[in-house]
Design a protein around this ligand. Structure first.
Ligand code: 8YV
Length: 313
């Protein structure tokens, strides 16, 4: 018997609970499972009515062009930097994101990285665990409370980071496209922001105008006691400039959750002592991922029942 469920395309593997729920409601095609993706799109592209993808993966326009009936993309995440929003707008394709659900987790990780880097957490853990403490005392770390935090991008996530930093008595400055109604200093450029920051936190989207925004100039402005924290997108930073700045002590260090070629991390970064690296896990808690999964399902169900996704960009 022919399935009457709408056909959807899943671009990359999803968490099993979400995949299972989607399978209950939709006829799921998994592009990553197709031996010959081009052939699949050619043969079955016309049947696809919806897409599920991850924020860090998006979907290529060349794929969308082969799916004339697809008018809904549910993103598991908030980043749309890998979806051509001009194309989706021009073709009346709705795009939903998991708005607000991951804000707290991402802000928590930004503060975790800030504190863990300045208080040498990883090195102390290794020191304590190895027994080295029995022979020598631990070195000193740097204070985090009361320092200057510059937040590039004061959207929901940037603002949540600022609220947390306030509780640590930090002096906060920011860049944003428009002046916000907040008691923090707004800087005209990211270079100016870097110059007045001990911690420069990147919380802006990976949209074209932000690609490689953090370059040698910005890092020089951040200076030798400055630390770069990136929970946004790896593409926002010129990685070669960053590696050079870290190697030459132009900046003190960097704590990074995101990288331009994920999941591959540049070998030079992996060797440096003045970096703290995490594998893009800012939103990866059980609670938040469950909320994100529900959001994706609800958006698709709403689209297929009344033609409108709920949390569109
Ligand atoms: C997720 C993200 O890790 O929201 C985004 O855009 O990059 C992250 O929250 C990702 O989408 C899930 O893999």
């Amino acid at each position: 018997m022919m399935s009457t469920q709408p056909h959807i395309l899943i671009i990359q593997p999803l968490m099993p609970q979400l995949d299972e729920k989607l399978s209950q409601h939709f006829h799921c095609h998994r592009l990553y499972d197709e031996q010959d993706a081009a052939l699949f799109l050619q043969r079955q592209g016309k049947e696809i009515q919806g897409i599920v993808t991850r924020g860090d993966v998006g979907v290529e326009t060349a794929i969308l062009e082969q799916l004339p009936a697809c008018k809904a993309i549910a993103v598991f995440g908030v980043g749309t930097d890998r979806i051509d929003l001009n194309y989706t707008a021009a073709h009346a394709i709705q795009v939903s994101i998991t708005s607000d659900i991951l804000t707290d987790d991402v802000a928590d990780l930004a503060m975790t990285l800030t504190l863990a880097f300045s208080r040498n957490l990883v090195a102390y853990h290794q020191f304590a665990r190895s027994g080295a403490w029995e022979n020598t005392s631990a070195s000193l770390s740097s204070k985090a409370s009361g320092k200057r935090m510059g937040i590039a991008g004061l959207g929901a996530i940037g603002l949540a980071i600022a609220r947390r930093a306030e509780a640590f008595g930090m002096e906060i400055a920011y860049t944003a496209r428009s002046q916000k109604n907040v008691p923090y200093q707004r800087c005209e450029s990211i270079e100016q922001l870097a110059a007045c920051s001990d911690f420069l936190v990147l919380a802006l989207p990976g949209s074209p105008e932000n690609i490689q925004l953090v370059d040698a100039k910005v890092l020089a402005a951040l200076g030798k006691s400055g630390v770069l924290i990136n929970i946004a997108r790896g593409t926002v930073v010129n990685e070669n400039d960053l590696i050079q700045a870290l190697q030459q002590g132009v900046i003190k260090g960097a704590a990074l959750d995101v990288f331009p070629q994920e999941p591959v991390i540049h070998p030079a970064l992996r060797e440096l002592d003045n970096v703290l690296l995490t594998p893009h896990i800012a939103s990866a808690t059980h609670e938040t991922r469950e909320g994100m999964a529900n959001n994706v399902l609800e958006n698709l169900l709403a689209y297929f029942s009344d033609g409108k996704m709920l949390t569109t960009v």
